[in-house]
Design a protein around this ligand. Structure first.
Ligand code: 8IG
Length: 277
């Protein structure tokens, strides 16, 4: 009950890694799994992948875990799952992303990533639904994230924490993904604050500065994952062409429908890639 009036991450004096360590202990207790190897955040369109990765040994409500906020959107599942792959790898599936545009601060945005690291995960797989800028792409197409441009003006790092982001989106893991599907293209992800979609001028800016994908997540999470020493793999499902690239208005409904169309194919792809990690 006190959670609604006080959130553990809102207190500047509280160490967010301490909160993540508590969350990891909650997960170990509630799932019966002491240690996870890989963490996977499922964005729009990627939800079905969890079923194909392996056997779900536990599903827990995110609200049962220290520091997890309630999801803002009905389409975002507020649960955490522990999956055992055929190889014996333990995968923590995070179906409860907190978006920066919710306005609860970057600590809450990256809490799931820090928690995943605290459960022992060394690999962070981040997926999202996003807008596409490259003219060769079409809605429903999955692409690899090769790099990002963080346009939020914010950071999960606090104080003089200088973190190297060269090869943030691991070349090794992208190569591995392309061995599973050689047709996978890749691009630079631009994280906008949202929640409004971009203006056509903002999309032209993103293109000019080297962006290929526009979205509202992932970059801040990837930074936190690297800070935690994890290897990052990122996938975007292009659910729509970015504003001005497509001439018709963007709608959330269109995004949901493109996600549903692509879901079986991209989920199978993701499950195969996870199987190779
Ligand atoms: I799904 O076109 C999805 N998410 N910023 N722009 C931004 N986020 C998105 C978009 C898009 N499509």
């Amino acid at each position: 009950m006190s959670e609604t009036i006080h959130h553990p991450l809102d207190d500047a004096a509280t160490d967010p890694f301490e909160v993540a360590a508590r969350a990891a202990r909650d997960i170990a207790r509630l799932t019966g799994v002491e240690h996870h190897d890989i963490a996977l955040t499922l964005g729009s369109g990627w939800g079905k992948a969890a079923d194909l990765i392996g056997e779900t040994t536990a599903t827990i409500a995110a609200t049962e875990v220290t520091g997890f906020s309630k999801p803002a959107l009905a389409g975002h599942v507020g649960s955490l799952r522990s999956i055992l792959t055929p190889k014996g790898t333990r995968v923590l599936v995070i179906g409860a992303r907190t978006h920066y545009y919710e306005g609860h601060g970057v600590r809450r945005v990256v809490h799931s990533v820090r928690t995943a690291a605290a459960t022992g995960a060394r690999t962070m797989v981040l997926t999202n639904g996003a807008g596409g800028i490259k003219s060769t792409w079409s809605p429903g197409q999955p692409v690899l994230i090769s790099d990002h441009i963080n346009l939020t003006g914010d950071s999960p790092l606090e104080g003089a924490t200088f973190i190297d982001l060269t090869d943030l989106y691991s070349t090794r893991l992208r190569d591995l993904a392309r061995r599973v599907d050689p047709s996978l293209d890749e691009g630079v992800y631009c994280q906008f604050r949202g929640p409004q979609y971009e203006t056509p001028a903002e999309v032209r800016m993103a293109k000019t500065i080297g962006g290929h994908i526009v979205g509202m997540s992932t970059a801040l999470e990837a930074i936190a994952a690297r800070q935690a020493g994890m290897e990052v793999l990122g996938f975007s499902l292009i659910t729509n062409m970015a504003a001005g690239i497509q001439t018709t208005p963007l709608s959330h409904q269109e995004v949901i429908e493109a996600g549903q169309q692509a879901e079986p194919v991209i989920s199978a792809l993701l499950a195969r890639v996870i199987g190779e990690l």
